[in-house]
Design a protein around this ligand. Structure first.
Ligand code: EPU
Length: 416
């Protein structure tokens, strides 16, 4: 168990390198199941979730070699089409092996993930899409079992643009017979990265990144060498740090085009951002202004940005109303922000955040990846010391969180 110690910091000055996206690389790793042979993934962040996905692939019979921000993954002709509970429980994203296993091996046995810190997280849309593609889905002993001798392309209309359901449907459809159309598909940058990876493997996907994706099934795919897209949520985290602590930084390798709504919102709050060479420049020199925030699927404001925006609003001038439209239970860090002196009232999926001039450091606990990072952002703008217990949650999604913050002058350290 480790604790992150954060002391009042700022102005932050310098450059922060942004790594590959967690929410892309995990799906690319799952997609390697789709073809026999050796893949290379580059710009891979050194984070716990990547190691766990590596454990899952290894369990399934793949070989995973870890290099310098790279993975070499070798997929044999036959894999064990199973994701056990110990691994799925650790990381819900394991569910994305369902589509590729089914497509290539005709069966998949994946433990049901259950809820998590955001509240219930059903997978009904994933399963409905796979059933519509021709899979037979049953449940037994906490596992979902999916079988299909041959998937067949069809028209899928997702009830909600779920990221995971779109990814599972896409990875199943690439080897299906005939054409699949996924309507109301998720449009995230990571999804477009997955589609581009699959197309390099020989898939025939059009429209990824828009809400209608068309997939013409092919018979086989081949391994490729691919560089993972930049992590917009990691970039957002350091933008929030600059907003809360003040300063001027360059986020090297961040892709501003994947963060336009956030950049607009930050601009309203007083954080100036603009594209800079291979990255994004950001500056905040004055107390932030409050804004209202409403989370929506991409390209709307991501739910993952919300804890970071709430942390910034706690010290902004005015009142901000925050509405969570994706995960009703994603407020667990709020009580800890209140313990740090924030003025926040939550009511179902809304929060009213009244900015205070200064927070006051306190012992708190990271309930999940983004909330842990948000507590650290709040700690930068607090008097005294903030000690964030369970900092291992932050390691799931951030490589060298402490080093990157220290690199721009933040007073943070790790106590193991
Ligand atoms: N939903 C259903 N049924 C389903 C699938 C989703 O009701 O079958 C609901 C969910 O309960 C939620 C909404 O649809 O209310 C959106 O869920 P989605 O499926 O889009 O999310 P996800 O694929 O489970 C990914 C990211 C999350 C991110 C969300 C939303 C990964 C590994 N996870 O989750 O990222 O918050 O999309 O953008 O890609 C994180 O990085 O810390 C993280 C939690």
């Amino acid at each position: 168990m480790s604790t992150l110690i954060v002391r009042p910091s700022g102005p932050l000055e310098g450059e922060i390198p942004i790594g590959g996206a967690k929410n892309s690389v995990l799906k690319l790793m799952a997609a390697t199941v789709l073809a026999e042979g050796t893949f290379v993934l580059r710009n891979v962040p050194r984070i716990a979730d990547v190691a766990w996905m590596g454990d899952l692939l290894t369990h399934m019979g793949l070989t995973v070699e870890v290099g310098d921000h790279a993975l070499t993954i070798t997929t044999p002709a036959d894999v064990t089409p199973e994701a056990p509970y110990e691994l799925v429980e650790r990381m819900r994203a394991s569910i994305v092996v369902l589509g590729p296993l089914l497509a290539r091996h005709g069966e998949a046995h994946v433990a049901l993930p259950g809820g998590d810190d955001f509240g219930p997280r059903p997978i009904d849309m994933h399963l409905k899409a796979l059933e519509e593609l021709g899979a037979e889905v049953t449940f037994e002993h906490g596992f979902v079992h999916a079988r299909a001798a041959q998937l067949t392309g069809t028209r899928l209309l997702l009830e909600f643009p779920s990221v995971g359901a779109t990814e599972n449907a896409l990875m199943a459809a690439v080897l299906a017979k005939g054409t699949t159309v996924i309507d109301n598909a998720a449009r995230e940058a990571e999804l477009a990265d997955l589609a581009s990876f699959l197309n390099h493997m020989g898939a025939r996907i059009r429209g990824a990144g828009s809400s209608t994706i068309t997939v013409e099934g092919v018979e086989t795919l081949h391994p490729v060498d691919h560089t993972v897209v930049a992590d917009r949520i990691e970039a957002a985290t350091y933008l929030a740090a600059v907003g809360a602590a003040g300063g001027e930084v360059i986020l090297r390798d961040a892709v501003p085009a994947h963060m336009t709504m956030l950049v607009q919102k930050l601009g309203e709050m007083g954080v100036r951002c603009s594209p800079d060479g291979d990255g994004l420049w950001a500056m905040a020199r004055h107390r932030l202004r409050s804004v209202d925030v409403s989370t929506l699927p991409y390209p709307g404001l991501a739910t993952d940005y919300k804890p970071l925006l709430v942390a910034m609003l706690t010290v902004a001038d005015g009142v901000g109303i925050v509405t969570e439209n994706l995960f009703a239970g994603r407020w667990r860090y709020v009580d800890d922000l209140v313990r740090m002196g924030a003025d926040i009232r939550t009511e179902s999926h809304h929060a009213v955040v009244r900015g205070v001039p200064r927070l006051s450091g306190a012992p708190v606990r990271a309930p999940d990846i983004r909330a842990g990072a948000a507590l650290a952002v709040a700690g930068l703008a607090a008097e005294g010391e903030t000690a964030i217990a369970d900092a291992h949650h932050i390691d799931r999604g951030y490589e060298d969180f402490v080093g990157k913050l220290r690199g721009v002058g933040a007073d943070v350290e790790r106590r193991d």
